[in-house]
Write a protein that binds this ligand. Structure first.
Ligand code: NOJ
Length: 539
């Protein structure tokens, strides 16, 4: 890692409820994560990012925060969080926590106070409360839809049963949107940032970073919303968001060390996304265009070049990612008939991915990603080559997408299944009692950590080797130079390494004078077969 660690770090995303359970209740927790810190340090990552662990009624798995300064009892308490930060730091890992500023839970004290204080009160100014349209206010203030499906507004009812004002929720009904044009909201979050910075965190992953400011007057917008689109419309990517990040940057810069901000912003135009990364704003932003890319060489070349150029223009590194807790894992995505196509989850009645082909492509995609300059995010379990659980019984689903889409979109539970640590233990070693909040698919047994640990050719072995080589050769802080590789080959040099990925093409000869440093599958002869990445060095 360079001094500004966020420029080239590999950051491992932990989804706390599914990582490791220490208590046996079937939900992962902070003590469970602490026990696995040596595993993460041994994997060779530089940092961890934890999805929300704050107090929450869990209407959206913790992205509905009821108290930003408390840990949910499901996960532990503040002393566990302190211990986790200290243990990670002692192991040389930076710690990034999730910050959810677009909305709170409806059980947050700010929202409760706003409801109680009534229309016109300063408490209500913290959220988007409006009178309804229509003669009796019976119609929502505008036609915005929720990202999870259904209407984006819900009407309150006062205790005596009379209908009241409406409030905006771009996500679930239990996630009211905060009104970031209000100074009170900004001040409240200054305090939240300081609370966690004082506890020693190295950065924040900012949820829905493109959503905080809504266009004046909340004009109608007809389109359906979807979490994974490069969203446009009066609720997304409004210029006013940048003031918020400038304010936060000043706070971060007032602390010692290199504290950083990473934007979760589904903004399709790389140049618009790069605006979040100007020198006085955020440090990095997930490159979801790369994640979303179809399995196709020309479009990989294009997306890599376009996003890097846009980021370079503002002096920022590009931040690569292939999987997270909101998308089909890349093994499953790349095993579809249309490889790489995005989906809001797969159910038993849907097309089932070919996990063998998917894993081969996923390993190739990962090796391509880890050779690119910039920082990179890994999602827990991808180092094991885990696929999604694509046949989860519908009655076990918990994602609000499933309910709010009226059972038409399976949602994201399939990528959130508890980790397999030990093949022969109950619950595959996730929990001491064998309980798991979602069932693990049969395929996870053969992919458990203890099966892959030290096994030649395993995906875990490949990740460890790639992370060690990436660090040793400083690829994250290197320079990319394109190399002509043919129609179906993505080829580039980064420092001493030549990287070639054959995407769906016929086998190609490897260049003379190079030796294979790493390859995503074993090679036979000096040939790069289809759906394979190699890292080469001059012999
Ligand atoms: C993005 C998060 O990653 C996702 O899990 C969540 O549902 C939405 N933001 C709303 O907070």
């Amino acid at each position: 890692m360079t001094a500004e660690w966020w420029r080239d770090a590999v950051i491992y995303q932990i989804y706390p409820r599914s990582f490791a359970d220490s208590t046996g209740d079937g939900y992962g927790d902070l003590p469970g994560i602490i026990e696995k810190i040596p595993y993460l340090a041994g994997l060779g990552v530089d940092a961890i990012w934890m999805s929300p662990f704050y107090r929450s009624p869990m209407a959206d798995a913790g992205y509905d925060v009821a108290d930003y300064e408390e840990i949910d009892p499901l996960f532990g308490d503040l002393s566990d969080a302190d211990r986790l930060i200290a243990t990670a730091h002692a192991a040389g890992l930076k710690v990034v926590v999730d910050l959810v500023p677009n909305h709170t839970s409806d059980e947050h004290r700010w929202f409760r106070a706003a409801v109680a204080a009534g229309p016109g009160s300063p408490e209500r100014e913290m959220y988007h409360f409006h009178d309804g349209r229509g003669e009796h206010g019976e119609l929502p203030p505008n036609n915005w839809k929720s990202v999870f499906g259904g209407a984006g507004w819900t009407r309150l009812t006062s205790p005596d049963g009379t209908p009241e004002q409406w409030y905006l929720h771009l996500f679930d009904v239990k996630q009211p949107d905060l009104d970031w044009s209000t100074e009170r909201v900004r001040e409240a979050f200054d305090g939240v940032l300081r609370f966690w910075l004082d506890r020693g965190v190295d950065g924040f992953r900012v949820d829905v970073a493109h959503g905080l400011i809504k266009a004046d007057g909340l004009p109608d917008f007809d389109e359906e919303q979807s979490l994974l689109d490069g969203q446009s419309g009066p609720m997304w990517d409004q210029d006013g968001v940048h003031d918020v990040y400038r304010r936060w940057r000043r706070i971060l810069d007032s602390y010692d060390g290199d504290r950083s901000l990473v934007a979760e912003a589904w903004v399709a135009d790389p140049k618009r996304l790069a605006l979040y990364l100007r020198p006085d704003e955020m440090h990095t932003a997930f490159n979801f265009q790369f994640l979303d890319n179809p399995w196709d060489a020309p479009s990989y070349r294009e997306v890599i070049a376009a996003t890097m150029a846009a980021d370079e223009a503002v002096g920022a590194p590009t931040t690569w990612v292939l999987s997270n807790h909101d998308v089909l894992r890349h093994v499953s995505r790349l095993g579809l008939a249309e490889p790489g196509s995005s989906h809001e989850g797969l159910g038993a009645g849907d097309e089932q991915p070919d996990n063998v082909v998917g894993l081969r492509r996923a390993r190739a995609a990962t090796l391509m990603m880890l050779a690119l300059p910039g920082s990179a995010y890994l999602y827990q379990g991808e180092e094991l080559g885990l696929p999604d659980h694509t046949t989860l019984p519908d009655d076990l689903r918990q994602d609000p997408t499933w309910f709010r889409s009226e059972f038409t979109k399976p949602g994201r539970d399939g990528c959130r299944v508890p980790m397999p640590w030990a093949a022969e233990e109950p619950g595959l070693g996730f929990s001491p009692t064998g309980r798991t909040w979602l069932p693990q698919p049969d395929s996870y047994r053969g992919l458990a950590v203890d099966v892959q640990d030290g096994a030649p050719g395993s995906t875990l072995t490949l990740y460890r080797a790639a992370l060690a080589a990436r660090r040793g050769l400083a690829l994250g802080s290197g320079e990319l130079a394109w190399v002509p590789g043919g129609e179906s080959v993505v080829a580039f040099d980064n420092g001493p390494v030549r990287v070639m990925t054959n995407v769906l093409g016929a086998p190609v000869e490897l260049p003379e004078g190079y030796e294979v440093l790493l390859s995503s599958v074993p090679l036979h002869g000096h040939v790069l077969p289809t759906d394979t990445t190699v890292w080469l060095t001059r012999g």
